[in-house]
Design a protein around this ligand. Structure first.
Ligand code: KG4
Ligand code: ZN
Length: 348
């Protein structure tokens, strides 16, 4: 079987369109295009949903055209359209779903509504091939921080652990905001941290006590600890060592994420770990995960940074897995579901 799948992503502030070809094995990326409204949100310190929705609307057709040009593919070659139908911002999802329905109807091909979180994991299959069954996925994005047992990307994903408060990416964005660094905070802190001392401040590691849930995460105490540290320095009239604070904060995040992931893999007897989502682009998370997985005898897979943050290729890849698995297409009443759980990988 050979099929070409177009994927549309619009759950947050990136309008992404990707084209993949699937044969019997792993999906292959043919081309993609990305438009971002991040600059328009920067002065608010976070995504403004109305601005994001409007930006998706304005960028959609040009981004689709650019993806075709990048892939060297003609719309007549497309066999299926996949679209993020959740989780995400309601208005933003609606733009992608409406566009996907229109393209699928115009080209006379089936439409598949897929889960954004599963899509992040699927992105890795574009680079490293099909996932072994089972695989343990650490999904770290702006809205989610989860440990997932992935038995079948197109069917069975089970949540093993999750954050009880902030997501890892959210902590990056909030800490960047309180340091006055701009949005999105992850890449800025990642860059500054490279020049700082990760041992300068010992920030707390949430939920790592002997009685705490071993696979759950908490980042809100860490965020507060950074805020208190900065306030104390400010009150004393001392300069803020921004690079050291960034490096110490990042060390706390990377330490907890990788320690819990390795422990879960060992406890569950799973030999392969995938890290996916925007925070998987983080330099320190990648290095520490590599060290700890190697020490524990685990195989680690992390997509290249451009495939970690939101993009259309990951949704095309997810669509391809769903098509190959023979799942039913979505009906004409498909709509965006802001709270779609990760266990619902595809919405018929
Ligand atoms: O997966 P993603 O692009 O969108 C969501 O689904 O949320 O993740 C975005 C999040 C943001 O919070 C951003 O600050 C964070 O990922 N992020 C990073 C890095 N690049 C993006 N966090 C840490 N280090 C990075 N290099
Ligand atoms: Zn995402």
């Amino acid at each position: 079987m050979t099929a070409i799948v177009l994927g549309i992503e619009s759950s947050c502030d990136e309008t992404g369109v990707g084209l993949v070809r699937i044969t019997d094995g792993a999906p292959e990326l043919l081309g993609q295009s990305l438009a971002s409204s991040q600059d328009q949100h920067a002065r608010f310190g976070g995504v403004v949903p109305e601005i994001a929705s409007r930006a998706h609307l304005e960028a959609m057709t040009a981004t689709v055209r650019a993806a075709f040009a990048d892939a060297g593919v003609d719309p007549r070659d497309v066999d299926a359209v996949a679209v993020t139908c959740g989780p995400g911002l309601a208005g933003a999802l609606l733009v992608g779903v409406a566009a996907a329905k229109a393209y699928a109807a115009a080209w006379g091909v089936p439409l598949f509504g897929v889960n954004h979180l599963a899509g992040h994991v699927a992105a890795d299959t574009l680079e490293h091939g099909l996932l072994p069954k089972p695989t343990l996925a650490l999904l770290v994005s702006g809205g989610h921080t989860q440990l997932l047992r992935v038995d079948d990307l197109a069917g069975a994903i089970i949540e093993v652990g999750t954050t009880v408060d902030d997501a890892a990416g959210e902590a990056y964005d909030k800490v960047a905001r309180l340091l006055g660094l701009g949005y999105p905070g992850g890449p800025i802190i990642d860059r500054l941290a490279a020049r700082g001392d990760p041992a300068a401040v010992r920030f707390p590691r949430g939920l790592t006590g002997p009685r705490d849930a071993p696979y759950d995460f908490s980042f809100s105490g860490l965020k507060t600890a950074v805020a208190r540290h900065v306030e104390t320095l400010e009150r004393a009239g001392a300069p803020i060592p921004v690079a050291d604070v960034c490096a110490s904060f990042q060390e706390a995040v990377a330490d907890v994420l990788t320690a819990k992931t390795v422990r879960a893999a060992a406890d569950l007897g799973i030999g392969t770990v995938v890290i996916a989502g925007g925070v998987a682009a983080n330099g320190r998370v990648r290095v520490l995960a590599e060290e700890r997985c190697a020490a524990a005898g685990l195989t680690l897979r992390v997509p290249r940074p451009g495939l970690c943050t939101d993009n259309g290729a990951m949704i095309a890849a997810m669509g391809a897995h769903v098509v190959v698995a023979g799942r039913a297409p979505s009906g004409e009443f498909l709509t965006g579901n802001p709270g779609l759980p990760v266990s619902v990988v595809h919405v018929p």
